[in-house]
Design a protein. Structure first.
Length: 164
């Protein structure tokens, strides 16, 4: 009888702890915390999560758009969200303009999987023998990005910590 009570209590505790962990991951993680987690686990992508991010830099290349948590996308602390051309087009339709321009200096929440990506330095299309590592999230669909709203408008980003 006592053994059953102990087993039941242990099962209840495991269930409560698992529910608390699941609930914690439902809330957006700050971009800087997500980047730190990804850097600490460089050989495997993190499980998909919601991430709140200040868009302090943006850019484009080959039809793709990029939203970055730091003004310099090469900054090791930067989370770089890649918008494939189809996702970028969907966001352009939803936002009424190119997300690379509209979301710059705004706050967003994105959902996806972070990974560490090694980027080769290139000169004239040739590798230079040097590289750096980026934390990337490839946005899978436009529905996985939500602009933060404040007083009925897109919420401004706080990029004060992004400029050392």
């Amino acid at each position: 009888m006592v053994a059953r009570a102990i087993i039941a209590a242990a099962a209840w505790l495991i269930t409560v702890c698992a529910a608390a962990e699941a609930q914690r991951e439902r809330w957006p993680v700050a971009a800087e915390d997500a980047v730190a987690r990804s850097i600490a686990q460089p050989d495997a992508p993190l499980h998909p999560m919601a991430i709140e991010m200040n868009v302090c830099g943006s850019g484009q290349s080959g039809g793709r758009g990029y939203l970055n948590s730091m003004p310099d996308y090469r900054d090791r602390r930067s989370l770089n969200v890649e918008l494939m051309p189809s996702v970028r087009a969907d966001l352009t339709e939803q936002l009424g303009g190119d997300p690379v321009e509209i979301l710059l200096n705004k706050r967003i929440v994105v959902f996806g999987q972070l990974r560490q990506v090694r980027i080769e330095w290139m000169l004239g299309g040739e590798p230079m023998g040097a590289s750096y590592t980026q934390t990337q999230l490839r946005l899978q669909t436009a529905g996985l990005l939500e602009p933060a709203i404040m007083d009925g408008n897109l919420a401004p980003a706080d990029c004060s910590d992004a400029n050392p």
